[in-house]
Design a protein around this ligand. Structure first.
Ligand code: AMP
Length: 363
């Protein structure tokens, strides 16, 4: 079985590493010659929209997938004319546009913060009346890790916010006083089977994920609701592969924030902390293989390494800690790796995180 992956970042690298023991051959496509994935698997060097490169990827693959969501939908459709593309281009299209994404969530019964579409200053003013303040103005496309966003607290500052997002088609979303951020990572197979990982609690700073803890402390009703929402989105899209949905926990109720049609940073703990990692699960799904068990093995934590690598000795001295480096040059704000800790219970996990965190410096 040969899997082509559009994108050669750390997610492509971890998919390639998970593919090796399954006897699955991975080829990635990325413009960077020394991409994280190119260091561990054959790679085609080329742009995501370059038809010649896509043709080569299709010829090297029995099935194609992607590891980031800003692949042009036309590129995914071009591939889909040649090999099965999983998840399909329509999932990619929904995830690329915040308006389509929120509309999809509402359509399957996943509540979302009040929102309205914005295309100019006038519609922004109407949206403020509609949605209320405070609110967040977010570009519909190409926003990630909090980029392309402006918080709006005062209706008189509408033009500042409009300029701050580059006067691009956007949505205005009510600012919700969430208790915490959660995510659900789930997979759907070619046969329609669904496997969901336990909910994850995520700590962000400056819009970037810093620490995840899984399983999150939630009651059974919340767990079942999140799994139900994930299943509904997967089924509505006829989705095959791993999907992540980021959620806000607002006084016990869940609101949908955004989704990623791929393996996700908040699922990295599954490599050691679940019976089947999200990377293996995605490969199983897209290759039409049976899905694996998504149960946790204990209590896990994941800490992103941002901008600087810690001392290997310090990290590995923490019982239950595993180091994952992506082969990227450190740069301020850049994710260059992560550390997972797995322990028997939450208390021991917190102990391990307390020992680990002082050795991790963010730049
Ligand atoms: P996003 O790119 O949509 O995930 O937003 C980045 C971060 O901004 C989220 O992880 C939240 O911490 C925060 N955020 C986004 N939307 C809202 C909202 N409607 N209310 C409150 N905080 C938000």
């Amino acid at each position: 079985m040969r899997v082509g992956i559009v994108g050669g970042g750390q997610l492509g690298r971890m998919l390639a590493l998970a593919a090796h023991p399954l006897g699955i051959a991975v080829t990635t496509l990325d413009p960077a010659e020394t991409s994280p994935a190119a260091q561990v698997a054959p790679a085609i060097v080329g742009g995501y929209g370059d038809l010649g490169s896509l043709e080569r990827l299709a010829r090297a693959s029995d099935v194609a997938t992607y590891e980031f969501e800003n692949v042009p939908v036309e590129a995914a459709s071009f591939l889909a004319d040649r090999v099965p593309v999983r998840p399909g281009p329509e999932a990619l299209a929904a995830a690329q546009d915040r308006l389509a994404e929120k509309t999809l969530f509402e359509a399957v019964g996943l509540p979302v913060p009040p929102f309205a579409a914005v295309h100019d200053l006038e519609s922004l003013r109407a949206a403020i009346d509609d949605v209320g303040l405070p609110a967040v103005l977010k570009t519909r496309r190409l926003g990630y890790d909090g980029k392309g966003q402006a918080v709006l607290r005062d209706a008189l500052r509408a033009d500042d916010a409009w300029r701050a997002v580059g006067e691009q088609p956007s949505i205005l979303e009510r600012f919700v006083p969430f208790r915490r951020e959660l995510s659900v990572v789930a997979a759907r197979g070619v046969d329609g089977a669904v496997a969901a990982y336990p909910l994850v609690e995520n700590e962000h700073r400056d819009g970037i994920l810093r620490v995840s803890r899984a399983p999150a402390d939630v009651d059974e009703a919340t767990r079942a609701a999140a799994e139900g929402h994930a299943r509904a989105v997967l089924e509505r899209l006829g989705y095959v592969g791993v999907l992540a949905i980021e959620l806000f926990d607002v006084d016990g109720g869940l609101l949908g924030n955004e989704m990623a049609p791929r393996v996700h940073n908040s699922g990295h703990w599954t490599t050691e902390g679940a019976v089947t990692s999200q990377f293996e699960q995605h490969l199983r799904a897209v290759c039409g293989l049976p899905l694996g068990d998504a149960s946790p093995r204990g209590s896990s934590g994941m800490v992103n390494l941002i901008g600087a690598a810690p001392s290997r000795e310090d990290v590995l001295a923490v019982p239950g800690a595993h180091l994952h480096l992506y082969g990227k040059q450190p740069r301020p704000g850049r994710k260059i790796g992560h550390v997972t800790v797995v322990a028997q219970d939450h208390a021991r996990r917190e102990n391990a995180l307390e020992r680990l965190l002082p050795s991790i410096r963010e730049v």
